[in-house]
Design a protein around this ligand. Structure first.
Ligand code: SAH
Length: 466
């Protein structure tokens, strides 16, 4: 560690700022954000600075003298390097700690990159070596810390005394972990302070008597690209003790989980379930009852053809605390990835998501007449194996054979394949592009707008009505 980080209480205290330009203004803003009072000393002070700080700062309209310094902190924000050196020496001789903007050699302290969540402050320093790197790190941490994180700290502070009074010392840490990692902090982060306080009071009254309970978070992992995870999904992955994941969830996403979290594959390939649904549910109940924070990670969104509803119900029945985090569903992810607007004022006033899944050779039992209406975009999940029937039924129920369709396999992933053609050609598209992975069929005029490859570019110019 090259420098020693500390957090100063500036509330009501003076900080001397030598300089009257942009750099001085930037520092004055920071000082004021922390409750300090800047004293701006400069023979020239820009009107913009004067206007903004008027009433909040003190001004001395001349060059600084030795006796102007003496506050614990001084910031020199002027362009003339030689003069800056002289002022820095003056301030030091008066016992101030000095920062000289853009002159690391003259600094006794650096002003870090700051992430501000009220009571939670994160400061980053590269010791002046690379401000750009500092900003990059800051952006990464910003993304990890929920916007309402400060509210969680404030909420915790509010209950600190009550917890001291009511929770046995040996269990206090476990209590706080439960609050911070569980539904109470989640409620605060959602902005639902009423629910959070209600749950907190209930928890305070029952915690001593109870064995430690865990909880289950049913989390949508999105269509594959880890960039499309929600921030909440990422946060939950990093607090999980154990993760139950599906076939559709890739390594890139699992690698974002807490390093020592246990990972359990329970994924289903159609007709070849790795674990029956009941067993998956029983495993989750057992883990939660053992006090673990369980994440049930599902491809796309848990409530879109994801059996999230069933899992939610059976976990609730077993008395487990459970909540749901949405994910970007495949239809939405794939559409964006191939520039296909699912609705469009000129072509599609509705969009319908259906599953093509059906037992054996049977047709999916769908209301084809309704689905075949014009101006509807139809998105079929799990429809590859039934493409022949889907195409035939749609045409039989009145959709034109020339209606554009797009097939997107492994959408948003590195191995994405997207091909478009006509409804009549749908089975041929699948055959020609050798679609075998998870894929969506998107049927409707809007498919023509997508930048999927044209079937012709794959099979040559010998189209036939499939
Ligand atoms: N809950 C998921 C859907 C699960 S059903 C969601 O909201 O997306 C599984 C089907 O989703 C697959 O058979 C396929 O039709 C579709 N699917 C999931 N991920 C996909 C992807 N990256 N590209 C194309 N289709 C995908």
């Amino acid at each position: 560690m090259q420098h020693f980080p500390i957090f100063l209480d500036l509330d009501g205290k003076t900080v001397v700022v030598s300089g009257g330009g942009e750099a001085a203004l930037a520092k004055a803003r920071l000082i004021m954000a922390a409750g300090g009072i800047p004293t701006i000393i400069s023979s020239e002070i820009e009107p913009a600075l004067q206007n903004e700080l008027n009433g909040a700062a003190r001004f001395i309209f001349r060059s600084p003298k030795q006796t102007d310094f003496g506050a614990p902190i001084a910031i020199i924000a002027i362009e003339d390097g030689e003069l800056a050196k002289i002022y820095a020496a003056m301030a030091q001789s008066q016992g101030s700690l000095v920062n000289v903007v853009d002159q690391p050699d003259l600094c006794e302290f650096n002003v870090p990159s700051i992430i501000d969540r009220d009571s939670v402050t994160v400061a980053i320093s590269t010791n002046g070596a690379s401000p750009v790197l500092g900003r990059r790190i800051r952006a990464q941490i910003e993304a990890l810390l929920p916007a309402r994180l400060g509210d969680v700290a404030t909420f915790a502070a509010k209950f600190r005394e009550a917890v001291k009074d009511m929770i046995r010392p040996a269990r206090r840490r476990a209590f706080w972990e439960r609050v911070i990692d569980g539904p109470i902090a989640n409620a605060v982060l959602r902005g639902d302070s009423v629910a959070a306080e209600k749950q907190m009071l209930a928890e305070l009254n029952t915690f001593n008597a109870e064995a430690l309970r865990g909880s289950v978070h049913i989390v949508g992992a999105g269509p594959g690209d880890p960039d499309l995870l929600t921030l909440r999904a990422l946060r939950l992955l990093q607090s999980a003790d154990i993760i139950f994941f599906d076939r559709l969830v890739g390594d890139e996403i699992l690698n974002l989980a807490r390093r020592d979290a246990e990972r359990v594959f329970v994924g289903k390939a159609k007709a070849d379930h790795a674990l029956p649904q009941r067993e998956i549910e029983a495993l989750m109940v057992a883990a939660a009852q053992a006090g673990k924070t369980v994440v049930r990670l599902k491809g796309g969104d848990p409530f879109v053809f994801g059996r999230g509803g069933e899992e939610l119900e059976s976990l609730r029945k077993a008395g487990i605390e459970v909540d749901v985090t949405p994910g970007i569903t495949a239809a939405v992810g794939c559409a964006a990835s191939v520039s296909l607007p699912l609705t469009h004022r000129d072509y599609a006033q509705a969009v319908t998501f259906v599953t093509g899944h059906a037992k054996g050779d049977a047709d999916p039992s769908l209301d084809w007449r309704a689905l075949a209406t014009l101006n509807n975009t139809l998105v079929v999940y799990m429809g590859v194996g039934k493409a022949q029937q889907i195409s035939a039924q749609m045409i039989a129920h009145g959709r034109a054979p020339s209606t554009p369709v797009a097939v997107v396999e492994n959408g948003t992933r590195a191995n994405e394949i997207a091909v478009k053609g006509s409804l009549a050609e749908l089975p041929r598209i699948i055959q020609a592009a050798k679609i075998s992975g998870p894929a969506l069929l998107i049927i409707g005029e809007v498919a023509a707008l997508s930048d999927a490859d044209d079937l012709i570019s794959i099979v040559g110019d010998h189209r036939s009505a499939a």
